[in-house]
Design a protein. Structure first.
Length: 531
């Protein structure tokens, strides 16, 4: 057996905020060996990220109490190192990739400045020497024409490119260990696969050890050598990946492995009346240049899209970032101007003014991707759910309160919690609040914009089952926007695949999943189901 490159022994950490003390890690033991990929898995709040940040002592010093344990690296206990010693290790011998590259990268610095800062601090490189190394790193992580990206800012890069820049920064000083904290969560399935394949390739070239923090078991199964399962601040099971997936020993591990999206869409009547129909829908954004801002071209965000959705059915809209999914939703809800026809309740919405559309909006509701940012932190749950009733003046105050209570019961929330605020709820509960806010308006159509992508697998399964239950009970039609094809398969009756604003393929969901006609659709399915 090789000597470990990192050895965490009996680590316990508590957070102290005022008089409240929370034990975040409890006797955590974790050993990493040279050249291996170790996956630390578990649901939100299990302690995964706390463990990763504790290795580099990135936890807030004012509230963190390292109660006991050791973190041994290169013969040193990192818990006893001075700040000066830690600075020689962070980003140099141990690199880290954070979950959301757009927030982890400095929006005011170019790609060259951000990678150059790492090289200057640890290697003393500057000028032409630093630029050569930056171009080499960008080439290494698969950025095309890296010389043209040196002066780009983070917002000018795609999600996959931003993540590659983060990887380049982490690899700048050839670290022995790379910690990747949820590196693929915010990415499309094809980009997820590219990023993980890239990390695997770089690991083989550089011989580094990777600690990956994730709740995506598809990533774990394909790329990890060993797995540690974490819950409530403890590692409850560690094993080789193949053995853990075949013979999970701990009940929590068994629950995680069984939490994949399951089941089939609800039965529906194909002869049901049409709820919404789009005909030759276009959303083109003009490109203006010159002193007089003349239009020199167009960004064709949505280009000649047509579909029809019937009562009680679900249309799944899939495609990578930039394919036009979000712009399509905005057009359907009259949030951006469009050309063509959008027929809802026998009315073409396209030529209508905002005040004419407002009465119809009650019957068209939306549930957003991130439940935390879509709920006002200053409003109680009752106020959030009731807001639509207040705007449309539906019932008196007493009736509205009863409607809120009923909506909360329907989505599985305790009505007694209606006076609390969003931060007092878990991610899954917040998404149920968002669903209740849409449900209370008694809509005919609910648009679901990536409603499960920010949730753990077990919570995803609960939300999917809830959506199916509500559809069976109320006969809603759903437009389900997602890049997670496993979730789409569990909910959608019809699927529309978008690429560059155009429809690549659409039709019956079962047919598309079993026999896709377009090469792009086959690529998406291969990335999702053969990850």
């Amino acid at each position: 057996m090789q000597n470990p490159v990192l050895d965490i022994q009996q680590l316990s950490i508590a957070f102290q905020q005022g008089s409240q003390r929370t034990l975040a890690l409890k006797d955590v033991n974790l050993t990493l060996y040279p050249g291996e990929t170790f996956a630390l898995v578990g649901e939100s709040g299990s302690g995964k990220s706390v463990t990763a940040q504790a290795i580099l002592r990135l936890l807030p010093r004012t509230i963190t109490d390292y109660q006991s344990g050791r973190i041994l690296f290169d013969g040193k206990d990192l818990l006893k190192c001075t700040e000066a010693e830690l600075r020689t290790i962070r980003g140099n011998k141990i690199g880290m990739i954070f979950q959301e590259p757009l927030t982890a990268l400095n929006p005011l610095h170019t790609v060259e400045q951000q990678i150059g800062e790492v090289l200057a601090l640890h290697k003393g490189l500057s000028g032409k020497e630093a630029r050569r190394r930056i171009i080499e790193l960008l080439h290494l992580v698969g950025i095309p024409s890296p010389e043209t990206r040196l002066n780009s800012y983070p917002h000018q890069l795609s999600g996959g490119q931003r993540q590659r820049v983060m990887i380049a920064m982490a690899l700048a000083n050839d670290p022995a260990i790379l910690i990747a904290d949820e590196p693929t969560t915010a990415l499309d399935v094809t980009i997820q696969r590219q990023v993980m394949e890239l990390l695997k390739e770089l690991q083989q070239k550089l011989g580094m050890t990777i600690l990956i923090i994730t709740h995506d078991l598809s990533v774990v199964r394909r790329f990890a050598h060993r797995v540690g399962v974490m819950t409530q601040g403890r590692i409850v099971e560690t094993n080789a990946t193949e053995l853990l997936f075949k013979q999970p020993a701990h009940p929590y591990t068994q629950m995680l492995l069984e939490a994949e999206p399951k089941g089939d869409p609800n039965p529906f009547d194909p002869t049901s009346p049409t709820v919404m129909e789009a005909k030759s829908l276009r959303v083109w954004f003009p490109i203006k240049r010159g002193i007089f801002k003349r239009t020199v071209g167009h960004i064709k965000a949505v280009d000649d899209i047509s579909f029809r959705i019937t009562r009680g059915s679900t249309l799944g809209v899939v495609g990578e970032s930039g394919s036009g999914k979000t712009t399509l939703v905005q057009a359907l809800l009259k949030l951006v101007n469009a050309e063509g026809e959008i027929i809802f309740q026998d009315t073409n919405l396209v030529p209508l003014k905002n005040h004419d559309v407002r009465p119809l909006r009650r019957k068209m509701q939306i549930v957003f991707q991130d439940p935390f940012s879509s709920l006002s932190p200053r409003m109680s749950v009752e106020e959030i759910i009731r807001e639509g009733l207040d705007i449309h003046q539906m019932g008196d105050r007493s009736a509205r309160e009863q409607m809120v209570i009923q909506a909360m019961k329907e989505v599985g929330l305790d009505p007694d919690t209606r006076h609390r605020f969003p931060h007092e709820f878990s991610g899954g509960q917040r998404q149920r609040i968002a669903i209740a806010r849409a449900l209370i308006m008694e809509p005919e159509l609910i648009v679901l914009d990536e409603p499960t992508s920010a949730l753990d697998r077990s919570i995803q399964a609960q939300v999917i089952e809830l959506l199916r239950h509500l559809q069976r009970k109320h006969g809603f039609s759903y437009i389900f926007i997602s890049h997670d094809l496993k979730v789409v398969k569990a909910l959608a009756h019809h699927v529309m695949v978008l690429k560059d604003g155009r429809t690549v393929e659409q039709g019956d969901a079962a047919t598309i999943f079993s026999a896709p006609q377009a090469e792009y659709t086959r690529e998406l399915l291969n990335s999702a189901f053969n990850f």
